[in-house]
Design a protein around this ligand. Structure first.
Ligand SMILES: Cc1ncc(COP(=O)(O)O)c(C=O)c1O
Length: 448
């Protein structure tokens, strides 16, 4: 007799961000297999995955090269800690450094985006103590609506009240600035004349706190789960200038935006902005295995050099950091991305889909359509631009799924109502598949 996985799951599995009392009314899907951009459930139904699972299956499903690399590595050397050298981690570090901008030359491997940001925060604090002796530089500035992970440091940098409040008090020394959310400017400014007041907000915080107490700014180039918030082109160059003026590190969290998602290999390339530290996960293996990385510039790395009795080395160890099997998956994944130049497809098909989605702007329910590459969002409204209710957004997402298209939505991030739909398909998306996403969305939205 076939196992009833839903029943077993209900008895024993605790799902993230999920109210289990609702399990009877909300049937979770049992996904069994996948290929390309297509997911297949236990009943054999196929779906176009327009969300890349969780913004991460960049190369699409069913890549034999990654499976082969993982299998071979498990046979050869399944694991040894990164206190010594393993070949796949070394090869991946070299290849990453070669495709990252500027002098981001030193890779610290870990297992997830949260850990990558946790690592960046700790590197920044230790760097602050070692670079500015006599000062007490430890504060870190991030933005409201930004998401950096679930661990305590990364959560403290996160600017989403609903992800934070059950666990407060969080780590001291984290400050939040307004995000560059032009559609609903938190500063009430008009984008034509705002002079990037949200970047100025960060300078103001630094001055008010005392620059000698602040060490870094951490930011997603495009805020992802907080609403796909694309900054004005002037924002990041200005933020870089502010960081330089006050001697702060700029940490860019490219956990979602990295590896081609926005139409460039890394999103910071859109504005030619060079971070001091970049954090990576998701697209690093396209989700085939867990892997994160925190990559620092040469000057950050050099602050950790010294005689052994000075104890300047980075004071963190991670059992599975640099896991050879995950790194082998990373090497195979990067090869696919580079051979197929998938960021170019993301730029091309993304621009095509964005233009189509923009045509939905004439529907009263569509307030804003935005994004870059294949990182897109549709913000849904009712009268006078008020957000639609969460229940309605959920209904729209469910109707899309009924019609075979899976999209994401803002969830447990900012105050309700949750009214933003995310479209972030694998970077192999074809124009025909883009048409299908658009047509299905139009069909559903037109009936609201
Ligand atoms: C921008 C960003 N940073 C960090 C994280 C945390 O990554 P993980 O869930 O792998 O810990 C996420 C997760 O979605 C993210 O979107």
């Amino acid at each position: 007799m076939a196992v009833d996985y839903r029943k077993v799951d209900k008895a024993h599995v605790w799902h993230p961000l999920f109210q289990h009392q609702r399990l009877d009314e909300t049937e979770l899907v049992v996904f069994k297999s996948a290929h390309g951009t297509t997911l297949v459930d236990a009943e054999g139904r196929e779906y176009l995955d327009a969300y890349s699972a969780l913004w991460n299956v960049n190369v699409g499903y069913g890549r034999q090269e990654i499976a082969d690399a993982v299998y071979a590595q498990i046979q050869e050397l399944p694991y040894y800690p990164h206190s010594q050298i393993n070949v796949p981690a070394t090869v991946l570090a070299e290849q990453l450094v070669a495709c990252l901008p500027g002098d981001l030359n030193h890779v610290y491997f870990c297992n997830s985006g949260s850990e990558a940001n946790e690592t960046a925060i700790k590197i920044a604090r230790q760097y602050g103590r070692q670079t500015y002796p006599g000062e007490n530089r430890y504060k870190i500035i991030s933005r409201y609506r930004g998401y950096h992970g679930f661990t305590y440091g990364a959560l403290s940098a996160t600017g989403q009240a609903r992800r934070r409040k059950a666990f407060e008090p969080l780590v001291p020394g984290f400050l939040h600035a307004h995000p560059p959310y032009c559609y609903r400017c938190p500063l009430g400014l008009a984008s034509s004349s705002c002079n990037i007041g949200c970047a100025e907000d960060i300078a103001r915080i630094i001055q008010s706190e005392g620059p000698e107490t602040v060490i870094a700014v951490i930011a997603e180039p495009i805020i992802g789960g907080g609403g796909v918030i694309v900054p004005p082109d002037e924002y990041f160059p200005k933020l870089r200038e502010i960081c330089d003026a006050y001697g702060l590190l700029l940490i860019l969290d490219e956990v979602i935006t990295g590896f081609g998602r926005t139409g460039k290999m890394f999103a910071c390339e859109h504005w030619d902005v060079q971070p001091d530290i970049i954090t990576l996960a998701k697209g690093l293996t396209s989700g085939y295995l867990p892997l994160g990385a925190c990559v620092a510039s040469t000057s950050v790395f050099n602050a950790f050099l010294g005689a052994s009795d000075e104890h300047r080395e980075f004071a963190q160890v991670c059992t599975y950091g640099g896991h050879p099997v995950a790194c082998a998956a990373g090497v195979a994944n990067l090869k696919i991305l580079q051979t197929e130049r998938l960021w170019e497809n993301a730029a091309h098909v993304g621009a095509y889909l964005l233009e189509k989605l923009e045509s939905l702007g004439s529907l009263p329910i569509v307030g804003d359509v935005r994004g870059k590459g294949l990182m897109l969002a549709v913000e849904l409204i009712q009268v006078e631009s008020a957000p639609i209710e969460t229940a309605k957004t959920n209904q729209i997402v469910a109707q899309l799924r009924e019609k075979g298209v899976i999209v994401g939505k803002i969830g447990h991030a900012v105050d309700e109502p949750e009214n933003i739909i995310f479209i972030a398909p694998p970077l192999i998306l074809t124009q025909t598949e883009a048409d299908r996403i658009f047509e299905t969305l139009r069909e559903v939205l037109i009936k609201q």
